[in-house]
Design a binder for this molecule. Structure first.
Ligand code: 5GP
Ligand code: MG
Length: 169
């Protein structure tokens, strides 16, 4: 395992993203919608940099089984408990890989008639994309390696690491 993004670099990306988001959402009482489980650390840090009224909600999707391979098909494992109709929804994701998970979610949300839907992702692996996805707020691009830490897991382990690491094969 080797460190790819140290915590200080993550923290400055989170602050920069919060500044961009604040500029666009300050008067909109947005609903920040985290995709479980991977986004929980990022979302927790992000909301503490936002000093205006907002709400937090989570949705649990599954595309990966256990291990590292995407099944390529997405299910809602735990749905929304809050109505998104008329709300400004900002989806918060840890990493965009093939794009399949988030493309599914954006489509699912748009059917529920929100006022707007945008996407904030901490990391992006553009070389892996299968479905086009517009990332409105991006932390940084990462190479096509399997990452763990800062919420990202391998078989549920390593989510607690404060830095982002490449897990060697
Ligand atoms: P996509 O549908 O874009 O292929 O996959 C997105 C999801 O796959 C992410 O939410 C994340 O859960 C998982 N994922 C993709 N790449 C990685 C990675 O490098 N490490 C970990 N731990 N999860 C990943
Ligand atoms: Mg995820």
């Amino acid at each position: 395992m080797h460190r790819l993004v140290p915590r200080a670099e993550i923290a400055s990306a989170v602050k920069r993203l919060a500044g961009e988001i604040a500029g666009d959402y300050r008067d909109k009482e947005p609903l920040l919608l985290g995709i479980l489980k991977g986004s929980f650390v990022f979302l927790a840090d992000l909301v503490r940099e936002l000093d205006f009224p907002l709400e937090v909600e989570f949705i649990r999707l599954s595309s990966y089984g256990s291990g590292r391979r995407s099944s390529g098909h997405v299910r809602v494992v735990q749905g929304l408990r809050t109505s998104v109709r008329g709300r400004h929804v900002l989806v918060v994701e840890d990493i965009i890989d093939t794009g399949i998970t988030v493309a599914f979610l954006l489509d699912y949300l748009r059917k529920k008639k929100p006022a707007s839907v945008r996407l904030c992702a901490l990391t992006d692996k553009p070389s892996r994309r299968q479905v086009p996805v517009k990332i409105d707020y991006l932390g940084f691009s990462v190479p096509d390696r399997f990452l763990v830490g800062y919420g990202l897991d391998c078989d549920e382990k390593y989510r607690n690491l404060p830095d982002i690491h490449v897990l060697e094969d």
